[in-house]
Design a protein around this ligand. Structure first.
Ligand SMILES: [Zn+2]
Length: 444
């Protein structure tokens, strides 16, 4: 394990950079700064706008390279908490290799990807230098929703200016395809609450007093019909129609309906059945509205008759480009008011915009071609128009105006955010090779 800078990789994994617990952030920033400097890059630690520091790294094209082309890598140095600790088979912050698999908190999300990129730079430096300029943006608040990143990217847009961006994450899927993702959905997350009294009441009074649970159920029911169509005026506004290429990209996604049904033990059919939209189109290109939770009154064992005083629901909307969390928030408020639910309080508690680079963008094609050259027939390369997760890529598009592609060293069982997070070392080595080839081609 002396090669591929494994000792440094392991030390980086030992940093307990849990942003939500504020653990070892200054130490991790110092360590990352050292890693970039030891690779031959310049570093600036930006911390003038609040939150955990944003790290800027810069590597100049060699004299033979193309100084007109700049590739930006986005990574984050923070990780998720490690609990539930009892479910880990190894120590979360003591990197451990078992049968070629490296276990540690944060290894797949996303410390391995950062180390793969640094390794690629080391290899290029040893073999004649860089064919393009390379920049890094590392933040330390990705796992808590990047609350301060927008301010930094806006203020330092010139510093981070680049021609294209490689996103922090990516993986092979469960069919061992190497996935290039071209975007991500956004999210708007809401609390809904309604009160009809200031104390719980004997349920005999339901003959004359309204029930907040029914009220909230009716309010929710008015927003999405039994055909699963969202019927809130303005909700779909701004969403561009799908191009033929988008449809082709969705059709090319692997999707095994039977396997997915088995995986979750589904009791019904997919809600796309009998509609004009395929499951892979819906996953990539359509927004959602999901009741994540609902609570009111008594839900324990046995009987307690009660007319509850209040009801609460949690609702998330996964958004697509063209929508904005603010517009969705406004359209839901207008809808509730127009349908007689002025008393239902609606609070948006999380918001991130969606971003998608066209699957026809030359940068996406270049990432695909360089991946094909490295992975060959063993791991067919597939483009995912929009990955399942949400992240701050909309900020990059807004302030830096560049195409973005996500690739990385993960696999289907990397278990990001879960116990026993891991990457297979072979995937890591292959990802280094892909990053080397990508940077070579990008400067041409
Ligand atoms: Zn994460």
């Amino acid at each position: 394990m002396a090669h591929k800078r494994m000792a440094e990789f392991e030390d980086y994994l030992r940093m307990e950079s849990v942003s939500t617990e504020n653990r070892q952030i200054p130490e991790t920033v110092a360590y990352v700064k050292g890693l970039i400097e030891r690779t031959g890059g310049e570093v600036q630690v930006l911390d003038d706008l609040g939150g955990n520091p944003v790290i800027y790294g810069y590597f100049k094209a060699s004299p033979q390279g193309n100084s007109e082309r700049t590739l930006l890598f986005y990574n984050h140095y923070d990780v998720q908490p490690s609990d539930p600790l009892e479910e880990w088979r190894t120590e979360p912050f003591e990197p451990t290799v078992v049968d070629g698999v490296l276990y540690a908190r944060g290894v797949s999300d996303n410390k391995a990807n950062f180390m793969a990129r640094l390794n690629a730079l080391s290899l290029l430096n040893e073999s004649g230098g860089l064919s393009c300029n390379v920049k890094f943006l590392l933040e330390g608040e990705e796992e808590i929703g990047s609350p301060n990143l927008g301010k930094y990217i806006e203020k330092y847009a010139d510093l981070f200016k680049a021609d294209a961006c490689i996103w922090e994450a990516g993986s092979k899927d469960k069919y061992e395809n190497y996935v290039v993702s071209a975007g991500m959905k956004g999210i708007a997350y809401f609390d809904l609450e309604v009160d009809t009294a200031n104390i719980d009441i004997h349920s005999s009074m339901a003959a004359i007093i309204d029930n907040p649970a029914w009220r909230l159920i009716h309010a929710l029911e008015s927003m999405k019909n039994s055909k699963n169509e969202i019927v809130v005026d303005g909700f779909y506004d701004g969403i561009p129609p799908l191009s033929d290429k988008d449809k082709a990209a969705a059709a090319a996604q692997p999707f095994d309906a039977k396997q997915v049904a088995e995986q979750y033990g589904l009791t019904g059919k997919f809600i796309t059945e009998g509609t004009a939209v395929s499951p892979t189109e819906a996953l990539a290109f359509y927004p959602t509205m999901t009741v994540c939770g609902f609570s009111s009154g008594y839900t324990g064992p046995g009987i307690k008759t009660v007319l509850p005083r209040s009801a609460k629901a949690k609702l998330d909307c996964r958004l697509v480009p063209g929508q904005s969390p603010e517009n969705v928030h406004e359209s839901l408020r207008r809808h509730l008011d127009a349908h007689g639910y002025e008393d239902v309080r609606l609070t948006m508690i999380a918001a991130e915009g969606a971003q998608r680079t066209s699957v026809e963008d030359p940068f996406i094609e270049m990432v695909v071609q360089t991946a094909q050259a490295v992975y060959g027939d063993k791991n067919p390369v597939v483009v995912s128009p929009s990955m399942a997760g949400t992240g701050p890529s909309e900020l990059f598009e807004k302030y830096l105006k560049l195409p973005i592609a996500g690739v990385g060293a993960g696999w289907a069982h990397s278990g990001a955010h879960a116990p026993n997070e891991n990457v297979r070392l072979n995937d890591y080595y292959e990802n280094i090779a892909h990053m080397v080839h990508l940077m070579e081609v990008f400067g041409r």
